[in-house]
Structures are given as structure tokens and as C-alpha cells.
Design a protein around this ligand. Structure first.
Ligand SMILES: O=P(O)(O)OC[C@H]1O[C@H](O[C@H]2O[C@H](CO)[C@@H](O)[C@H](O)[C@H]2O)[C@H](O)[C@@H](O)[C@@H]1O
Length: 279
């Protein structure tokens, strides 16, 4: 499907923004859904466009980023044009790196905002309190006992939580496993997030809105593009402001201003953005 005319217009308006942040969800946006999370890979065209966009932020040192943030705050002119790329994912960082193989200059936010990496400062350590670690153990035990009852169900472990995956279950077993998972989590001190064929319980209470706010503040960007497909991405769309561009991929209610139908459309959109930014 061609890119909607109003989205093309919005992208054209981003051409001369001094510092543009392009933040992208991974699964369902850059990478098609597959049965096993470790097998997901970005569409080649999207990976190529992301690599080209990332070249727009090459060489940004911590000082550059601080100067840029200061320049944006004071409105001072004559800042060089920069495009910073970021992945904002529910995946934990090591899984995101292994599957997305992001360009070096790309900022990374994993585990829905709990894990954060910037090219200049590296990875922010995520340390659980004793209580959180104990709650994570209890939560893992509760969801493990659910996964064991349903053929095809499996667990994914993150530093901040645990995920019950049901994509490989029959439709009936998947629905029953998710319901059993919800019940098993009652009374545990966790944030429960439902995604596409997953139920996640995290002991760190964050969301993609907080992750996107961290990216905007850290990069000092003047405007943000955020593309995502899932209900968890709605927290990101909700913090976008005037001049930003939010794009929802696929069907479903959304706070995003624009919509694309498919992952191939995302490739086309990123390619358009790349050419508008002369990268
Ligand atoms: O925020 P995202 O980058 O979209 O990550 C969301 C979740 O993605 C992964 O699960 C989803 O993709 C899998 C691979 O295609 C699929 O098998 C699963 O059914 C999907 O829910 C990842 O495994 C989760 O940890 C992420 O939270």
C-alpha cells in the first residue's frame, strides 16, 4: 500500500529538523512475527534504511550530545543537522542485540524501558532489590507451572521479568494458558503486560512512554518519529508532542497520528525518511 499522503507531508516537514530522533519498535514493526523469539530478524530493506539513518548520528560523542541538548534548550541556531536512531523494544537488551543486530550508533531501550543503552555512555546497570529478585523468583515459578500444563507454551526470561509465550500452542490451549497465567499472577507484586500471544510480568514498573522520554531527553532531539505495532507501543505514542510523528503499524485503536498497514510499508516509510534526511 502506498504511504498515505498526510504521512508523506508529515515526513517532508521533518526534512530540516536540526536533530531528529527515529525510534522504532522491533517485533511486528521491523521484524515479522515468528514462532520462536530468537528466530526473528528485521526485513532486509528496513535494516538497510535503519543503517543509513544511523549514519546521520555517527561520531556523536557524549559532549556532542550534551551540547546538542543544551542548544535545543536555549534555541541557539547553527547546530549541525543530526539524525539519531533508537530501538524501543519489549525485548531484553541481549535478545534485542542478537536478533536486530542494530547499527553501532543506535540507542537501545529494552524490557519496555527497564534497560537502557546509549552509544556514548554504554549500558545503564539494572539492579533489582532483594524484594524484587524474590518476587521475580516467585513469579517465574508461578508462570512455569502454567507453561508446563499447556503443550507449546514456553517462558522467556528477562532481567526485569518473565514472559509466558503461547504462539506455538493451539488456539484453545493458548487462550487457556493466558487465562491460567493471569490467574497465577494474582497477588504477586508485578506489572502485568499483555502483548501479541504473550503475557509478561515485570518487577520493574516501566513502560515505553518512560523509555521514549529517556531517549528524547538523552539525545536532545528537536522532534521524534516513533513507529510501533503493539498495545505496549501506545505508551510511547501517548508522550509524543506537536511536531512529532507517531505511526501505528496494522489494525487496532491507537493514539498515533498515522497508520501503515504492513511491515513492507514500514520499509518504504523508513526509506522515505532516509531520503528526506539526505542520508
Ligand atoms: O516491543 P517489541 O520489540 O515489539 O517486543 C515485544 C515482544 O516481542 C517478542 O515477542 C513477540 O515476537 C516473537 C517473535 O516474533 C513472537 O514469537 C511472540 O509471539 C511475540 O509476542 C519478545 O519475545 C518479547 O519479549 C517482547 O516483549
Amino acid at each position: 500500500m502506498p504511504i498515505p499522503a498526510e504521512l508523506e507531508t508529515a515526513v517532508a516537514a521533518l526534512a530540516d529538523v536540526p536533530h531528529l530522533l527515529v525510534a522504532l519498535d522491533f517485533d511486528g514493526t521491523l521484524a515479522p512475527f515468528v514462532p520462536r523469539p530468537e528466530d526473528a530478524r528485521p526485513l532486509p530493506g528496513s535494516a538497510a534504511a535503519l543503517a543509513a539513518l544511523a549514519r546521520g548520528s555517527d561520531g556523536a560523542s557524549a559532549d556532542d550530545v550534551a551540547d546538542d541538548a543544551a542548544g535545543a534548550a536555549t534555541g541557539s541556531a547553527a547546530r549541525p543537522r543530526r539524525t539519531t536512531t533508537a530501538l524501543l523494544s519489549g525485548r531484553h537488551l541481549s535478545s534485542l542485540r542478537a536478533t536486530a543486530t542494530p547499527p553501532e550508533a543506535t540507542w537501545l531501550v529494552g524490557s519496555h524501558g527497564a534497560e537502557r543503552y546509549s552509544p556514548a555512555a554504554g549500558e545503564e546497570p539494572l539492579t533489582l532489590t532483594e524484594e524484587q529478585a524474590a518476587e521475580l523468583d516467585r513469579t517465574t515459578g508461578a508462570l512455569r507451572s502454567v507453561a508446563e500444563r499447556f503443550p507449546g507454551a514456553r517462558l522467556e526470561h528477562k532481567p526485569s521479568g518473565v514472559v509466558l509465550h503461547v504462539r506455538q500452542c493451539s488456539e484453545e490451549d493458548g487462550a487457556a494458558a493466558l487465562e491460567a497465567g493471569r490467574t497465577a499472577l494474582v497477588g504477586l507484586d508485578v506489572k502485568v503486560t499483555e502483548g501479541k500471544a504473550v503475557l509478561e510480568a515485570a518487577v520493574v514498573r516501566v513502560d515505553k512512554g518512560l523509555g521514549l522520554a529517556w531517549l528524547r531527553e538523552g539525545t536532545g532531539a528537536d522532534a521524534t518519529v516513533f513507529v510501533g505495532d503493539d498495545v505496549t507501543d501506545e505508551h510511547g505514542f501517548a508522550v509524543l508532542a506537536a511536531g512529532d510523528v507517531g505511526v501505528k503499524v496494522g489494525e487496532g485503536a491507537t493514539a498515533a497520528g498515522y497508520r501503515l498497514e504492513s511491515l513492507d510499508d514500514v520499509t518504504e516509510f523508513l526509506e522515505l525518511l532516509r531520503s528526506m534526511r539526505d542520508l
